[in-house]
Design a protein. Structure first.
Length: 275
């Protein structure tokens, strides 16, 4: 009889011990911090814009949404390793515009929300200012611009890092062919090209800083190549009126741009007018 009681008591203790162990395991499992669900990586400009649009905190309430066609919306971008910015046609973009001049936008809130969305999708910060910010990953570079004055606007534009690197490669090649400006003083560049009848022309518009305390100067540098040959530096002009971006008109400049061997390409890049 005593032996039976010992067996029963021993079995009860063993069962109780197992129950305690199971309870502890369950407690540990259910109280373990939950890991965040992984977010799909963004590998294209379009996917980056989709991520922005899916975040409702980004879309200002009551603002009009517009989607520029690919290649029609230029955005100024700068890689951290470069001293100047370049303007690149966006491969994907979305713009939110206020319906009237009284509609307000919290610029800081939009930029902060944008950063959170991009960071969540694996981007890192790549420069920022009071009204703009850039974000980059291995495949895509995006820029956010917020305009709070006048008619408030928030724009999001993305391009592939390959497109940005290609733009820098051509720009650096062209800047290296001229001796008018020290490249070290260039802070911003816009590259435009045009082709007609076997002639390709390029116009590099630069913002140049002569010195620390001197005002910025705009320069336009003209290049051309024939039948796929190497680029040639043709001429340059200081921009006289930065509002219209047209080069200063001199007899020498007119002659160089109107040279028949350039097939009107440089003339077109200069503004399309006979100068």
């Amino acid at each position: 009889m005593r032996r039976s009681k010992k067996i029963v008591i021993g079995g009860f203790i063993a069962l109780f011990s197992v129950a305690v162990v199971v309870a502890v395991i369950l407690l540990i499992v259910f109280n373990r911090p939950q890991e965040a669900m992984p977010v799909a990586s963004v590998e294209t400009p379009a996917a980056a814009i989709n991520a922005i649009e899916e975040a409702s905190v980004i879309s200002p309430e009551g603002f009009t949404r517009s989607v520029p066609a690919e290649g029609t919306y230029g955005t100024t971008l700068q890689l951290a390793s470069k001293q100047y910015s370049v303007e690149v046609p966006s491969e994907a973009a979305v713009v939110y515009t206020a319906g009237n001049d009284t509609q307000e936008m919290n610029s800081a809130a939009v930029l902060q929300a944008s950063q959170e969305v991009f960071m969540k999708h694996g981007f890192t910060a790549n420069g920022s200012g009071e009204s703009w910010a850039q974000f980059i990953n291995q495949s895509v570079l995006c820029r956010v611009d917020v305009q709070a004055e006048a008619r408030a606007t928030a724009s999001f534009a993305c391009v592939s890092t390959k497109a940005v690197n290609d733009e820098y490669a051509v720009t650096e090649e062209l800047l290296g062919l001229q001796t008018i400006l020290p490249v070290s003083g260039v802070s911003a560049v816009q590259l435009r090209t045009h082709e007609a009848g076997g002639v390709t022309g390029a116009l590099v518009t630069t913002v140049y800083a002569p010195g620390d305390d001197e005002p910025l100067v705009g320069y336009q540098l003209f290049y051309a190549k024939q039948d796929g040959n190497e680029w040639r530096y043709i001429t340059s002009s200081e921009v006289q009126d930065t509002t219209d971006g047209k080069p200063g008109s001199t007899e020498a400049l007119r002659a160089e741009l109107n040279d028949p061997q350039w097939n009107g390409v440089l003339l077109y890049l200069a503004g399309g007018e006979a100068i």
